[in-house]
Design a protein around this ligand. Structure first.
Ligand SMILES: Nc1ncnc2c1ncn2[C@@H]1O[C@H](COP(=O)(O)OP(=O)(O)OP(=O)(O)O)[C@@H](O)[C@H]1O
Ligand SMILES: CC(=O)N[C@H]1[C@@H]2OC[C@@H](O2)[C@@H](O)[C@@H]1O[C@H](C)C(=O)O
Length: 358
């Protein structure tokens, strides 16, 4: 069976930068397996970070122009990566960067023109992995659970602590997954006010005190009561969460401390609801796995029957890029890469649009 040599590209909601993962991916029985060969994280400079953050407010023509510009930027970064690594590549699978995500209105949009990316890098590109699922009535997110079922099925739960937290697990033979709610997006929002990109290791949060009223206000957010399938993101954060935070003029340490307790409480609610056995292992990835204080609070709240597994740094940071590489492979072989059990679509799909370099 062929081994695919693929570059996966991911730019997540926390806006820290572009993740590039070059992997080998091959079939083994009913599942697929992977090996990460080389990775690179390219932090966004402040200008690009702001442009991406504000892309939701652009006019239609500005958005389309930025789509092209960012597609070319992706292509240039990948071209440099391939040249300096001297690697053989079959194709590029690109998530892009989500500017708009409104499944209830029937659309989602990831920036980074596939055609311009293909032309600039000089390789075939597969992108736009979310829209087909939305057209089938799904949330178009989360998509990474297909990777959990192939690559990380040994764990009872997979938890990703990115800008938003999401969880994935098997239930009666079907994979279920959804966005739980807040994670680094809210923590970064608080540290931005004191000029820090993030709270390294959760050191500031650790020194803070709990604000019970804020904790209660956050726990009461309507999103937490919604049944899955569900997904959320930046729009929800800006519209529902920021107005709550605006009422609190407290020491950032106390805000961070309280938000970490809130993030962990919501995770534990979901784990306890979906635990089928007393002992449960949970793989933790995404930048939040580097937040020592958050992980400590989560472990305390889960108790001794919940075993958190923190994988090597490369998996923590690049798991999503690796899974988009897998999604590209599955599209190329016409196998399911979006699970309707996760997204709520009317059927599974093999999603992604293919662009040949011109
Ligand atoms: N050493 C650290 N200490 C505390 N937090 C950290 C550390 N390293 C990374 N983070 C947090 O992780 C964030 C990046 O996480 P990640 O790259 O998983 O998010 P993302 O992929 O952009 O989000 P999403 O998966 O929601 O799209 C940073 O913005 C920061 O908040
Ligand atoms: C629409 C969108 O970009 N959603 C992201 C976002 O960031 C985390 C969470 O919200 C998740 O639903 C998703 O990303 C991951 C990669 C996913 O689809 O699995």
């Amino acid at each position: 069976m062929k081994t695919f040599k693929v570059i996966g590209l991911m730019s997540g909601t926390s806006l820290d930068g572009l993740d590039i993962a070059y992997c080998h991916i091959w079939r083994t029985g009913d599942r697929w397996d992977f090996e990460i060969k080389k990775t690179k994280g390219i932090p966004y400079n402040n200008g690009l970070k702001e442009q991406l953050r504000k892309s939701i407010y652009l006019s239609a023509s500005e958005l389309l122009a930025f789509d092209v510009k960012y597609g070319i930027w992706l292509g240039e970064r990948v071209k440099d990566f391939i040249q300096s690594a001297g690697i053989e590549v079959d194709f590029i699978a690109s998530h892009g960067h989500t500017s708009h995500h409104r499944p209830e209105l029937g659309f989602t949009h990831q920036l980074g023109s596939g055609q311009y990316l293909a032309n600039t890098a000089g390789y075939k590109v597969i992108c736009d992995f979310r829209n087909k699922d939305i057209s089938l009535g799904g949330q178009g997110a989360p998509l990474v659970p297909i990777g959990d079922s192939h690559f990380f099925h040994a764990y009872d739960f997979c938890l990703n602590l990115g800008g938003i937290s999401n969880i994935s697990f098997e239930h009666k033979g079907r994979r279920i997954a959804y966005d739980i709610g807040l994670a680094n997006m809210v923590l970064n929002h608080i540290t931005a006010k004191i000029g820090l990109p993030y709270d390294d290791g959760g050191q500031l949060a650790q020194k803070g005190r709990l604000l019970p009223k804020l904790l209660n206000d956050l726990n009461k957010l309507e999103y937490y009561q919604q049944p899955f399938p569900k997904s959320t993101g930046f729009e929800w954060f800006m519209e529902q969460v920021v107005p709550i935070l605006d009422h609190y003029d407290n020491d950032p340490k106390d805000l961070l401390h309280t938000c970490i307790h809130h993030i962990c409480e919501q995770i534990v609610v979901q784990v306890n609801l979906n635990r089928s056995q007393k002992e449960a292992s949970m793989l933790v990835t995404g930048g939040g796995a580097m937040n020592g204080y958050l992980i400590r609070v989560l472990q305390e709240q889960l108790g001794t029957t919940g075993k958190l597994v923190i994988p090597p740094a490369e998996i923590i940071a690049f798991k999503e890029a690796v899974v988009f590489a897998l999604m590209g492979v599955l599209k190329m072989v016409n196998e399911t890469n979006v699970l309707s059990s996760v997204t709520g679509a009317s059927k599974d799909s093999s999603s992604g649009i293919i662009y040949e370099p011109q």
